[in-house]
Design a protein around this ligand. Structure first.
Ligand code: HEM
Length: 368
């Protein structure tokens, strides 16, 4: 679709919605919820800014329902058609259908890495949420601003274009879901389908604008120490116990030299969530790897596992170590705390939810 056609289509959308919108004002306030993202005053889409216009995914209330228009996760992709859905208020069942499709897709990874997209999808959900700043209330999972440059090009997000591409396959099947909801639901599916605990989840994120993207440097730098972890995660609103519980996610997946520069998996079962990350930190001898890449540790015995400097800090810092030991000794405790802290992470920066009570999505196995 050409830019002019696209603009005309958005204009028609707005015109069509004008009357029902007026009617909706007569409804009691609590009967509906505002899903649309108000453009920041100075950042409202301008007709000359086509990149911004097509990057916008919004929703306009229509009576009891609402009406979405959205673009692809790649804001520069001008070819994506605008999708519209009228009078549709998604229920938990609808989100479960999205969850199921994501869960199926995780296993369609073929030869990719360890045979699952789960770890990289979880990393996408975390990096889209972990930009939150508790003081300025900016960043977080709400606006899915990683769709936009330069955030998509931040060093920390290297490789996540792959995860966004995988999630785009789901987005085209469910055009009504916001990217923030889609990516965080992806994180929930990844954890649950990789044998992790249930992550309570709420819908209600809206898609934002390029101007809401966060500056570089909000995500942790793996070469740093305890003070850096406390500064970065403290800015998101997390304490020591939560930092340690979150770090347990590194039981999953691996580092890629062509993404972060680091290389290798943390555990022997990178597609199954367990407390092995903590167990291995304590049970193995960790030595600095001799190579030309960035400083990382390897296990002395097999030399096949790795730890980042920020992982090793978890057993060096006295306060972190106490929690790491507790999680190493008790998988149930780790799962309980991990579920709580990941649910909190995925909700950072979301001012309003469409489901007041968190939902617990069923795994594919539970639905057999
Ligand atoms: C403590 C601070 C953290 C640092 C410094 C850090 C750093 C990294 C780095 C360097 C990679 C390798 C990326 C690549 O080369 O592909 C990675 C991967 C990963 N991280 Fe973290 N991370 C942190 C916290 C977290 C948190 C809080 C989560 C989730 C709750 C998480 C989940 C993951 C997952 C699942 C992968 C594997 C991705 C894949 O296999 O493609 N990380 N992390």
């Amino acid at each position: 679709m050409s830019f002019s056609l696209l603009r005309a289509s958005v204009a028609r959308t707005a015109a069509r919605s004008a009357a029902p919108r007026a009617a909706s004002r007569a409804l009691p306030r609590a009967a509906f919820r505002k899903y649309s993202t108000p453009p920041p005053a100075s950042e409202a889409p301008k007709s000359s800014n086509t990149g911004l216009l097509i990057g916008v995914a919004g929703a306009i209330l229509v009576g009891g329902g609402y009406f979405f228009f959205s673009s692809s996760s790649d804001a520069t992709d001008a070819k994506s058609p605008i999708k519209a859905k009228i009078n549709f208020v998604p229920t938990q069942e609808d989100y479960q259908k999205v969850y199921n499709k994501i869960a199926e897709l995780l296993d369609e990874a073929g030869d990719y890495d360890d045979g699952s997209y789960g770890p990289v999808i979880l990393r996408l959900a975390w990096h889209s949420s972990g930009t939150y700043d508790v003081e300025t209330k900016t960043g977080g999972s709400n606006y899915a601003t990683m769709r936009f440059e330069p955030e998509s090009l931040h060093g920390a997000n290297a490789g996540l274009d792959l995860a966004r591409g995988v999630m785009e396959k789901i987005k085209v099947q469910f055009p009504w879901i916001s990217y923030g909801d889609l990516w965080t639901l992806g994180g929930v599916a990844a954890v649950q389908e990789m044998a992790g605990p249930k992550i309570p989840w709420r819908a209600g994120r809206v898609d934002g604008y390029a101007e809401q993207a966060t500056p570089d440097g909000r995500l942790p730098d793996a070469t740093q120490g305890a003070a850096h972890l406390r500064a970065i995660f403290g800015r998101m609103g997390f304490n020591d116990q939560e930092i340690v519980a979150l770090s347990g996610a590194h039981a999953l997946g691996r580092c890629h030299a062509n993404r972060s520069g680091f290389e290798g998996p943390w555990t022997f079962s990178p597609t199954t969530l367990t407390n092995d990350y903590f167990k291995l930190l304590f049970s193995e001898s960790w030595v600095w790897k001799k190579w030309t890449g960035p400083k990382q540790l390897e296990d002395k015995k097999t030399k096949t596992l790795m730890m980042l400097p920020t992982d090793y800090v978890i057993i060096q810092d006295k306060s972190f170590k106490k929690f790491a030991k507790a999680y190493s000794d008790d998988n149930e405790l780790f799962f309980k705390d991990f579920a709580a802290v990941v649910a909190k992470l995925f909700e950072l920066g979301v001012p309003q939810f469409s489901s007041p009570e968190p939902w617990v999505m069923k795994t594919l196995d539970e639905q057999k």
